[in-house]
Structures are given as structure tokens and as C-alpha cells.
Design a protein around this ligand. Structure first.
Ligand code: CP3
Length: 336
């Protein structure tokens, strides 16, 4: 069992820098592409044998130090009764999103049995894996933003309007999602997940003051509850430089740093007892090799101690990425 990733999560010194890539399962890999010709994304996530196969592909092909469950953040809103479609080259779409506070009352309480397939996938994976398995959930803000907007957005207009106009209903929705995500993640640990990551992908659209008022209390609740699970906890968001102090204040073991941030500066803001993960711009993999490795060297040099540091991108790997370049990058980080 390679536990380098888990030791880095616990802020320990490691003999080499562990690597995994957000969105390493699916997206760019050939085995996944072939499966996608036959099945849609949600079907793949709901079919344990296929989902396990997708999670294993980057372990075998790239040699990364951790696996991630093949699922999607929208499985939780689906389990709560929302009708979500994943539309090609768009993303999650909900025809009947949350518009008014009473729409929140129509949500079903989350029943862990409704995602039994995830537990089965996790059990299958644990039989084969020699690296730790990461379970995950979307964080309440990111989930709420999809549930209110009904589709991916650049402005979060409906979300912010709802939050500013109906603060009481907003907190009710966030609390519901926070409690559901704790149960959802608990089920994953029971089945065998060895670390947990909360994806708050869109929270960087908020001012620090709004993050403190409308999001942080719910994230504090989630991380305090998840402490009981006794596995490392990772808090990831993008565009978080403006609110990093607040973002890093929760009871997580690891703070994910997005690619816009300077890692050394971010490291200085994140409390010293927490590990950091990140933060290469995944687009660099599409460009010039010399520039890519100049940026990789700079990043590795900013974390010279090999203590509490997990190499990753600052957001998910792009579908266009050449997997032989990813493999070479993993080897390079391990050797330097
Ligand atoms: O990390 C992994 O490799 C595991 C699988 C995973 C998926 N979604 C499968 C998926 C993970 C960790 C997620 C999380 C997720 N889903 C996030 C948070 C991470 C992030 O990138 O910020 C978000 C915002 C979503 C919502 C979502 N699902 C979007 C925006 C899309 C479309 C764009 C895309 O390619 O990600 C999806 C569909 C989806 N979920 C795909 C995959 C592999 C693409 C499906 C395809 O092949 O067309």
C-alpha cells in the first residue's frame, strides 16, 4: 500500500512529493472515451463495475499516488429529487431549478440508500487499489448555485440575487445541503473511502464578507462533523485568493490552492498545521514543454521541504490533455 499521499495530507514529511490530478478519472483518458461512446456520464457513475474501471484507469496509466471515486457532484442534488441532465459541452442542466423559497420545501431529504451504487463502486475499488481512494462531494455553495441557476454560469446572478434577497431561505438551503453532504460522505467512508475532498468550485465568485456570512458557517459545520470520520479532509475551491484566510480557517487537513494563486504566498496564509495541494494551471499541459517544466520547477522549489505538500493542478485536468505528458509529469515530480 502506497500511503505517501495520506502522509502528506497529515502534514508529514514524505520521501517524494505525491501527485494526483483533479478530474484524472474520465475526461482525457482513452479507456474512458471509449466507454463514453456507449454510455452517458450519469449511467457510468451509477454502474459500479464501469465506474470502478474509470477510477482505476489513471492509476494504471499515469502512476498517480491517489485514486478518486468516479462520481459527479450532481449525484447529491439528484438524490434530493432534482431532475439533472448532463449535457455535452454544457455541463449540468436543470429544467426546473429553485426559483423561490418554497421550491426548497419540495426537495427530498437525502436517503443514503439512494446512492448504494457509490458504496459498491468504493468496495470494488478497494479490492484492487494499492493507493488511497478519495471520496468527494460538491460543497453547498457550488451545489446551490447549480440548483438555482439551472445551468453553468459566469455571473452567478440568480444565485447572488437569491442569497441577497432571501437570506433566511438561503441559509435553509445551505443547511439542508451541508447536512446531506455530511451523510453522503459518511457513507463513502463506511464503504472504504480513505480521504474526502469538498469541491467548492465556484465559491471564488464571492467577496470575503459574503463568504463569511453566507457560506463559512456551513463549511465550518461540515468539517467539524467530518472530523469524526478519522480520514484526511481536503477543502478545494477556485479563485479563492481573495478569501483564502476564511477558506483555510475550516477544520480541514489540506487546503487546495487554485492555479491563479502564487503558491508561496498562499502557503504563508494557510495555517502552518495544514497541508496544501495544488496548483499548476492545467492549461500549461497544452503548451510549450520548456515553459511547462519551468513552472513545475518553480512550484516544486516553493515547497522545498517535501512536508505537507501534494502536487496537483489548480483545477481539473482539461479533456484535451495528452496522457503521455501527464505520465511524464508524474514521474518528474516523483524524481525531483
Ligand atoms: O475527478 C474525477 O476524475 C472524478 C470524477 C468527477 C466528475 N465530476 C465526473 C464527470 C468529479 C470529481 C466531478 C466533480 C464535479 N462535477 C465538479 C467539481 C470539480 C470541478 O471541476 O470544479 C463540478 C463543478 C461538476 C459538475 C459537472 N459535471 C460539470 C461542470 C460537467 C461538464 C464538464 C466536465 O467535463 O466536467 C460535468 C460532467 C462530468 N462529470 C464529466 C465527468 C467525467 C464529463 C463527462 C463527459 O465525458 O462528457
Amino acid at each position: 500500500m502506497n500511503d505517501t499521499f495520506l502522509r502528506a495530507c497529515r502534514n508529514e514529511v514524505t520521501e517524494y512529493t505525491p501527485v494526483w490530478f483533479m478530474r484524472q478519472a474520465g475526461r482525457s483518458l482513452p479507456g474512458y472515451r471509449a466507454l463514453r461512446k456507449k454510455y452517458d456520464v450519469l449511467t457510468l457513475t451509477q454502474t459500479p463495475e464501469l465506474a470502478a474501471q474509470v477510477s482505476l484507469e489513471p492509476i494504471e496509466r499515469l502512476g498517480v499516488d491517489a485514486a478518486i471515486l468516479f462520481a459527479d457532484i450532481m449525484l447529491l442534488p439528484i438524490a434530493m429529487g432534482m431532475d439533472v441532465k448532463i449535457v455535452d459541452s454544457v455541463g449540468p442542466v436543470i429544467d426546473d431549478p429553485i426559483n423561490v423559497p418554497t421550491d426548497i420545501d419540495a426537495l427530498r431529504p437525502f436517503e443514503p440508500q439512494s446512492v448504494d451504487f457509490l458504496q459498491q463502486t468504493i468496495r470494488l475499488l478497494r479490492q484492487d487499489l494499492k493507493v488511497p481512494l478519495i471520496g468527494f462531494s460538491g460543497a453547498p455553495f457550488t451545489l446551490a448555485s447549480y440548483m438555482i441557476e439551472g445551468k453553468p454560469t459566469r455571473q452567478w446572478l440568480k444565485t447572488k440575487r437569491f442569497m441577497y434577497e432571501q437570506p433566511e431561505a438561503w441559509h435553509r438551503l445551505m443547511k439542508l445541503l451541508a447536512e446531506a453532504s455530511v451523510l453522503y460522505l459518511h457513507q463513502q467512508v463506511v464503504a472504504g473511502a480513505q480521504a474526502l475532498q469538498l469541491f467548492d468550485s465556484w465559491v471564488g465568485c464571492l467577496a470575503a464578507s459574503d463568504y463569511r456570512e453566507f457560506v463559512l458557517p456551513h463549511m465550518t459545520y461540515i468539517f467539524d462533523e467530518l472530523r469524526k470520520e478519522n480520514v484526511p479532509l481536503i477543502h478545494f475551491g477556485t479563485d479563492t485568493s481573495g478569501l483564502l484566510q476564511e477558506f483555510a480557517s475550516v477544520n480541514a487537513d489540506v487546503i487546495g490552492i487554485d492555479w491563479r494563486a502564487d503558491m508561496a504566498r498562499a502557503r504563508a496564509i494557510v495555517p502552518a498545521d495544514k497541508a496544501v495541494q495544488g496548483n499548476l494551471d492545467p492549461m500549461l499541459l497544452l503548451g510549450n514543454e520548456a515553459l511547462l517544466y519551468r513552472r513545475v520547477d518553480a512550484l516544486l522549489q516553493s515547497m522545498p521541504e517535501k512536508k505537507g505538500y501534494i502536487f496537483n493542478f489548480g483545477h481539473g485536468v482539461q479533456p484535451e490533455t495528452d496522457d503521455t505528458r501527464l505520465k511524464a509529469l508524474v514521474e518528474y515530480v516523483h524524481d525531483n
